[in-house]
Design a protein around this ligand. Sequence first.
Ligand code: NAP
Length: 482
Amino acid sequence: MKFENETQSIFINGKWRAVDSQNTDTVYNPATLEPITKIASGGKSEATEAIQTANKAFKTWSEMTGRKRSRVLYKAYELMLEEVNRLGEILTTEQGKPLKEAKGEIKGAANFLLWYAEEASRAYGEWIPSSVSSKRLLVIPQPVGVVGAITPWNFPASMITRKIAPALAAGCTVVLKPAPETPLSAIEIVKILERAGMPEGVVNLVTGDAEQIGTAMLTNKDVRLITFTGSTEVGKHLMRESADHVKKISLELGGHAPIIVFDDADLDKAAALTLASKFRNNGQTCICANRIYVHDSVKDAFSKKLTEKVKQLKVGNGLHEETDLGPLINEQASEKVQNQLDDAVKKGANIIHGGKKWNGGMDGYFYEPTILSAIDDDMLIMNEETFGPLMPIQTFTDEDVAIDKANDTDYGLAAYIFTETTNRAIRVSEKLEYGIVGVNDVFPALAEAPFGGIKQSGVGKEGGHYGMDEFLEKKYISMGIK
Ligand code: NAP
């Protein structure tokens, strides 16, 4: 795939620009490790200019009616859907996930544009019945202001529209910094918004030095909200540094999702969905299954069904039709997977399937889908986010013990249970300390639903009307009347 206009990756005040040709970053295809293109490496000055531009554009954009803002988002939704194939190919080329998943992500990304196009005219306020007869009390929602949005590489399209669409619907303006591994999807999304009629300065894109761009956002009073998706470590840094200006902050951070398979589960469904959750995007998903707890009485049947399915998975270049698992994003990710596996095996784990790097004649960091049993709680794999295709299976006999184990982590993003009993589904869902619980379901992320973690997995929600609330201040007006 050929990319034109290399280095033209910075978009400020409606103009694409490059920085000088010495100052570029190379984007690689993670399947082949071949360079795809170069992008501009912007820094403090570009970020600062983008913030000033967004601040200037805020007045006009925020004063437009929701209906008018909606039209731009709706048009962008249509344009994105028209281009699912091309955008999917770009996404796979820079990120590695199988093309079918990449196209699914583009459709999901477009859904955020649609949903918030509809929501733009529904930012309701409130009329509060007053306890004092000479007063009338109103609450009006107003856009927060300029938003600094920072996104990761694992979902390079949907993580952007999940932030930008509600921000724009609410009347905010945006400075976006995408991940350096996957800037091309970000560029395409901004071009779509441009074609959809987005006024100059409303969305600005700055690729480049994370530290400098982040610092420019954090130290500028005009940035009123930082919305970040990425690791808990970087999230904590942004939260700390946001304190100086008391910025609003919305954080979508790491996860360590447990799946609990009870003895009354539909085992075919549980095996199929556990596989889908674990190996989607090669395990590089914040809500993907990281720990599997299976009731002892169904362990053999469940493991057999699962292993049969895992054996059929094909590793390879995501651009090839038959591929189920693409490469890991980089060497560091591959080392983390190997390290967790070595640690587990050293501490007594059995490898049921897989267990090594996959060599299919490409230079990328591929790994076999791997199932492990005889798992102890002290193994690294049971205590850290894996972000790779390792599936540790542990057994339990008591419901409360399974819940305690599932909750025994600082993360609190998503948890899943498989049971055919409604009482158990409700009882266990209520006890799980997670922002999201999937009951016989591992794909909870939808544009209309609130997505977000508790504990050290994040602050705030994305998606649904909750997602738009993050970008709205509630102003209280107290009116004295005669
Ligand atoms: P990351 O290393 O935290 O990076 C995320 C973004 O933050 C990148 O654009 C990165 O740019 C930028 N960044 C890093 N340091 C920064 C700084 N000091 N100031 C400003 N920006 C900075 O995370 P990742 O490896 O890309 O993504 C994987 C993580 O994201 C996993 O932990 C995953 O669970 C989490 N995630 C969570 C959700 C959710 O919804 N909860 C969704 C997807 C992913 P550079 O790479 O240039 O440093």
